[in-house]
Design a protein around this ligand. Structure first.
Ligand SMILES: [Zn+2]
Length: 304
């Protein structure tokens, strides 16, 4: 489980969502057995989606973020709920590409040219769907552009995943700064100046973790917040509202996959029963395998 700090600046101009999501990204890495580049790409998408999920009104509200490109990563998808649960996958977990000139993992190159689609299911008749062309494929830039273009909302998204020598996740984090409707103009200028100078989020997190061994997660987040916003004018200093949490959680079940089998239709299901005599389905989010034997398949068939 990862804690998420939410804060509001003193002037009521912007809200901050900040998390250290190392646990969640490492869980995803172990489930999908991803290479460092795939871990970085998936971790950024999961963390971004998780924070966006917490911005939804109700705990049952659901948000899906899909990155699709012509690069070797092909598709990265994450689904998050208002209660902080997040799941996701990358269609190519074996992704491998040379580092960029600056030594960073080339997530943008791995995605290539493509689109970002955000689907919000708020329990209404129709889900809300927003789609933009990828800006850089580096995930945070694309989510920032999505808010601006699709939701006419000024936000700034920062996401990062740092990989350890043994290919596990060293640290992972994310931050969304959301401008509020009554934002003071001076706050926008102050934020722009601050963000222009800001070092990568993972560098700040790493430094705080190094000097505060044994500190609580809440304490670490407060220190990271201070490092980021410490130089802002006092009137725009963020004040902590609450701590929430997000965690990796897949909601797949046998019933869900029964429905998926039923959805392929009577004719195709008959074929599977007669030719294979069983069906093994794998949840693409958590890789859990579900085996349906002949008897079980017949039962689904006869219910159709
Ligand atoms: Zn699952």
């Amino acid at each position: 489980m990862s804690k998420v700090l939410t804060a509001l600046d003193k002037s009521g101009s912007f809200r901050v969502y900040l998390t250290v999501s190392t646990d969640m990204t490492e869980t995803a890495r172990q489930i999908h057995n991803t290479t460092p580049l795939a871990t970085a790409a998936l971790g950024r998408v999961l963390t971004g989606a998780g924070l966006m999920g917490l911005m939804l009104k109700n705990e049952s509200d659901k948000l899906t973020v899909q990155f699709k490109g012509d690069g070797p990563a092909r598709e990265i998808l994450a689904t998050a709920y208002g209660d902080g649960s997040v799941k996701g996958y990358i269609s190519n977990p074996n992704l491998d590409m040379p580092l960029k000139a600056d030594g960073h993992l080339d997530v943008g190159g791995a995605l290539g040219i493509g689109q970002l689609t955000v689907i919000k299911d708020l329990g209404l008749k129709e889900p809300y769907v927003g789609r933009i062309s990828l800006v850089s494929g580096e995930i945070a830039d694309d989510l920032t552009a999505y808010y601006y273009i699709s939701e006419q909302q000024n936000s700034s998204v920062a996401l990062g995943v740092k990989i350890a020598r043994d290919c596990s996740v060293l640290c992972s984090g994310g931050m969304i700064i959301q401008m509020l409707p009554d934002a003071k103009e001076a706050s926008v200028d102050a934020l722009e100046a601050m963000l222009g100078e800001l070092e990568p989020l993972t560098s700040i997190i790493e430094r705080v973790l190094l000097r505060s061994a044994g500190m609580s997660e809440e304490g670490v987040l407060q220190e990271v917040l201070q490092e980021i916003f410490g130089g802002m004018p006092e009137e725009f200093a963020p004040e902590i509202l609450e701590f929430r949490h997000m965690q990796w959680q897949c909601d797949c079940s046998e019933e869900r996959l029964e429905r998926a089998l039923a959805a392929i239709g009577k004719k195709d299901l008959r074929e599977i029963i007669d030719e294979d005599g069983q069906a093994e389905l794998t949840c693409q989010f958590c890789e859990k395998k579900y085996l349906f034997d002949k008897e079980h398949l017949e039962r689904i068939y006869h219910q159709l």
